[in-house]
Design a protein around this ligand. Structure first.
Ligand SMILES: [Fe+2]
Length: 326
């Protein structure tokens, strides 16, 4: 299975690997079929942008590191309702946030690694919420490597989910962390820790961030985790940079935006290549990334000409030199 943009769909060679859902999470198309061109146009009109497909080259690839689409869309819906309520100056709907935090902690804990569903797979008005869900998933994945209690993990999740809540309360961009913090700390059920994630998520390790120019240990580690996850997700979703390049972009911020230790951890804990990506190796052969296990920087790949699978983690002389568009 692999994830493709809907305009890459080729009915003669590709079958649907997962159902296609509409906005109400009803199944529009069942898995296992190919999509008739006339129906494909209908899906595009319905604003469906990505498809999970099976083709000869992607057999055996599972993408189990991704959340199920309905679970992920549910999370986005919950967050949208929360932000809308706050925008209307209502009280923060804390129960749904806490339940969502617990759900996302569970989803991350049952996986070895997390692959993000692109926020751009949803309509424009939902992307901001999808972004926050993805930031939370990444933050939770990184937090696994810290020895923190379940309570604190949940506080991190809540903080990451609402890190941008200040955006609906002020039009001033640089003010949203502080405004969000002021709002969150007035809500009794929100821990001060969660509120500080929102307050400090635009601070930078070298003191060049906003709103207070905090540096190094002055920034709570949860806020630093949220910050790196936020940076990564923005580069991926808003700037549309491919995952392996985003990772290099993150590395260039080591010691400035983020501590070198955190960057090191991030690089180890977040997959550099998405299974289903076609690549060229330094021996000139084309291959497809099949799975990420152990060393997330060096996945398993399968040669397209011979179907032989090799682990780049164990074959150190093999390198990915190019990522192919399709
Ligand atoms: Fe922000």
């Amino acid at each position: 299975m692999r994830l493709i943009r809907i305009d890459e769909y080729e009915p003669r060679t590709m079958q649907l690997a997962k159902p296609v859902f509409d906005r109400q999470k009803r199944v529009l198309l069942a898995a296992g079929r190919s999509i008739h061109p006339s129906y494909l146009k209908k899906l595009i009109d319905l604003d469906i942008r990505y498809l999970f497909i099976e083709d000869a080259e992607s057999f055996g690839i599972s993408l189990e590191e991704m959340l199920d689409v309905p679970t992920w869309v549910d999370a986005v819906d919950v967050l949208q309702a929360v932000y809308k309520a706050v925008e209307k100056k209502e009280e923060l709907p804390i129960r749904p946030i806490q339940q969502l935090a617990i759900k996302l902690v569970e989803e991350v804990n049952k996986r070895k690694a997390i692959l993000l569903i692109p926020a751009s797979s949803l309509a424009e008005e939902l992307r901001e919420y999808a972004h926050s869900v993805n930031v939370t998933l990444l933050a939770l994945q990184i937090a696994k490597k810290y020895h923190i209690s379940q309570m604190q993990i949940r506080d991190l999740a809540v903080g990451a989910l609402v890190h941008d809540i200040g955006k609906v309360l002020t039009p001033l961009k640089d003010d949203h962390p502080r405004v969000g913090f002021e709002y969150l700390r007035k809500t009794r059920e929100v821990s001060l820790l969660s509120a500080h994630v929102a307050y400090q998520h635009h601070e930078a390790f070298d003191g060049s961030g906003v709103p207070r120019g905090l540096r190094e240990k002055e920034i709570h580690e949860f806020a630093q985790i949220c910050s790196i996850a936020n940076f990564y997700e923005n580069a991926l979703s808003k700037k549309g940079i491919p995952p392996h390049e985003v990772m290099e972009y993150v590395m260039t911020k080591s010691g400035t935006l983020f501590s070198t230790d955190l960057v090191k951890l991030f690089v180890q804990e977040v997959p550099h290549f998405i299974p289903g990506t076609k690549v060229i190796l330094n021996n000139g052969r084309q291959a497809i990334v099949t799975k990420v296990r152990g060393n997330l920087q060096r996945p398993f790949v399968r040669y397209l000409d011979s179907n032989e699978e090799v682990s780049l983690g164990e074959n150190h002389t093999l390198l990915i030199t190019e990522v192919l568009e399709q």
